[in-house]
Design a protein around this ligand. Structure first.
Ligand SMILES: [Zn+2]
Length: 77
């Protein structure tokens, strides 16, 4: 059956401890570059060049914002 709540919490806590004590994982900890996004993630991407918690959410939002800025500049000239 599904794990009990306490067991689930214990698993999450154990993972968190492992994450925060593993130097490799710690070096990969990043805060999302998205506006007002508090999410901290572990960057395991090649080259450690990931910028967002999720490219579908914050990455996409950033691309849309960039596009809007460019469109606004273009319409002013
Ligand atoms: Zn984010």
């Amino acid at each position: 059956g599904p794990p009990a709540c306490v067991a689930l919490l214990a698993a999450v806590a154990r993972d968190a401890v492992e994450l925060l004590t593993d130097p490799v994982a710690r070096a990969g900890l990043r805060q999302c570059a998205g506006d007002n996004c508090p999410i901290v993630y572990v960057d395991m991407s090649r080259g450690r060049r990931r910028r967002w918690c999720s490219s579908e959410v914050c990455g996409n939002r950033e691309r849309v914002a960039r596009h809007r800025r460019r469109a606004a500049l273009a319409s002013r000239t």
